[in-house]
Design a protein around this ligand. Structure first.
Ligand SMILES: [Zn+2]
Length: 170
C-alpha cells in the first residue's frame, strides 16, 4: 500500500515537471511530436495525422484490449494473498480463494508432501463417507415414517374436510 502512495505522489510531482519542461522547450518538443506523429511535411496536418500516427489508434485499442485480458487472467489465477505473485492452484474457503502452497492454511508454508496429500485424501474420503451415511440415515428415517404415519401435516395440506366444504354460505 505504501509503494502505491509513493508512486502516486511521484506521478503527481512528475506531471508539472514534464509540463514545465515542455513549455520551456516548446519548439523542440513540438517539432519532435510533429515528426513522430507523421504530421509534418504533408498537404495538411489532419491528412498527415490520420495517415501517420492516427492510423495506429486502432492498433493501440487492440493492444489495450489484449493487455486488459492478460491482466484479468493474471488476476484470476494468481494467488489471492495480497502481494503474492505465485499461481494460486489450491482452493480455500470452499473455493472462494485460490492460493499458492505458501499461503494455503493447510500446507503451513511448505509444498504438500506425499504423506500430507495421502492423509488429506483419506480424511476427505472419510468425510464423504460420513456425509453419505448420515444422508442415508435421514432418508431411511423419513421413508420409514411417510405421510401415512400421520403427524397432522398431511391433513392440513389437503385442506378442510368434505363436511366443511359442503356447508352452504351464509
Ligand atoms: Zn501466495
Amino acid at each position: 500500500m505504501r509503494w502505491r502512495l509513493f508512486l502516486l505522489i511521484a506521478l503527481l510531482c512528475a506531471i508539472p515537471v514534464v509540463v514545465a519542461l515542455w513549455a520551456a522547450n516548446a519548439h523542440v518538443v513540438n517539432h519532435w511530436l510533429l515528426v513522430h506523429t507523421g504530421t509534418v511535411n504533408e498537404p495538411g496536418p489532419f491528412y498527415g495525422f490520420w495517415s501517420g500516427f492516427g492510423s495506429d489508434l486502432t492498433e493501440f485499442g487492440i493492444i489495450g484490449v489484449i493487455a486488459t485480458g492478460v491482466y484479468q487472467l493474471v488476476r484470476k489465477f494468481n494467488c489471492h494473498e495480497p502481494g503474492c505473485w505465485r499461481v494460486g492452484t489450491h482452493p480455500a474457503a470452499g473455493g472462494q480463494f485460490l492460493l499458492c502452497y505458501r499461503h494455503h492454511p493447510d500446507y503451513a508454508g511448505t509444498k504438500p508432501t506425499h504423506e500430507l496429500i495421502a492423509r488429506m485424501h483419506r480424511e476427505h474420503l472419510e468425510q464423504q463417507a460420513a456425509i453419505r451415511t448420515r444422508l442415508t440415515e435421514i432418508h431411511e428415517h423419513l421413508a420409514g415414517k411417510g405421510p401415512a404415519a400421520g403427524d397432522g401435516r398431511a391433513a392440513s395440506v389437503a385442506g378442510p374436510p368434505d363436511s366443511a366444504r359442503s356447508n352452504p354460505l351464509p
